[in-house]
Design a protein around this ligand. Structure first.
Ligand SMILES: Nc1ncnc2c1ncn2[C@@H]1O[C@H](COP(=O)(O)OP(=O)(O)OP(=O)(O)O)[C@@H](O)[C@H]1O
Length: 210
């Protein structure tokens, strides 16, 4: 499988400056790509577009040459920096996991998810504890591509290592495609098979100066 951003352009408002202009990027199954670039340059925006959370104003996102499916749980999963925004506040954690069909014991153990947390609401967990649920959920059996947007920045070093060890094991064994946004070059070197610098594939400066 392959996911592709083809000639994607985006801005947040009609009069706002272009954030992305004519950006093309492909990620193949089994690849682990690190997306880097200056702060505020559009990395998170591109990842949200690739995952189908935002629609491009020009260009398209193609999964094996077809538009992303609109129904069902997406084969493209995004884990962001703010787990509290990604989880339904009215559901207990058990229901959150059940909805995705992701209740593998070994994943919960590897992530250090305590079973007692399953009976709690999101507001009753810390950011790090919630993020483990977001990671667990993203690994449901239908996932083909995982996008991690600075997902471990808020976590302590031990939890970061725990989460990344599991992610790497799953990504390698299942040959998932991974796109990670990070400012941590040591982590990127350990995890990624290829690096992409957004400033090299984004043509916004060329167009806006015309
Ligand atoms: N919802 C929004 N509405 C308006 N502007 C936004 C919105 N989200 C982001 N932006 C702007 O779009 C630009 C790109 O933001 P984005 O978060 O994609 O950058 P980034 O490269 O991921 O940054 P960082 O490395 O600092 O996380 C920034 O100038 C930001 O202020």
């Amino acid at each position: 499988m392959q996911i592709e951003a083809r000639n994607v352009s985006f801005r947040y408002g009609e009069k706002s400056p272009w954030i992305l202009k004519d950006v093309s990027l492909k990620v193949e199954e089994g690849e682990r790509v690190g997306l880097i670039g200056p702060s505020g340059y559009g990395k998170s925006t591109l990842v949200k577009i690739l995952a189908g959370y935002l629609r491009p104003l020009e260009g398209e996102i193609l999964l094996d040459g077809k538009p992303l499916p609109e129904k069902g749980i997406s084969p493209v999963q995004l884990i962001y920096q703010h787990p509290e925004k990604a989880i339904n506040p009215r559901w207990k954690m058990k229901k959150v996991l059940e909805e995705s069909g992701m209740c593998r014991e070994e994943v919960m153990d590897a992530l250090g998810i305590e079973r007692e947390w399953l009976q709690r609401y999101p507001r009753e967990l810390s950011g790090g504890e919630l993020q483990r649920f977001c990671v667990a959920r993203s690994l449901f059996h239908g996932t083909h591509f995982l996008f991690a947007d600075e997902m471990s920045t808020m976590l302590d070093v031990i939890t970061q290592a725990q989460i990344w060890n599991l992610m790497l094991k799953e990504v390698t064994q299942r040959r998932l495609g991974l796109l990670m946004v990070t400012h941590n070059s040591n982590l990127a070197k350990r995890v990624c098979t290829r690096m992409v610098d957004l400033s090299e594939i984004n043509h916004k400066e060329e167009r806006t100066s015309m």
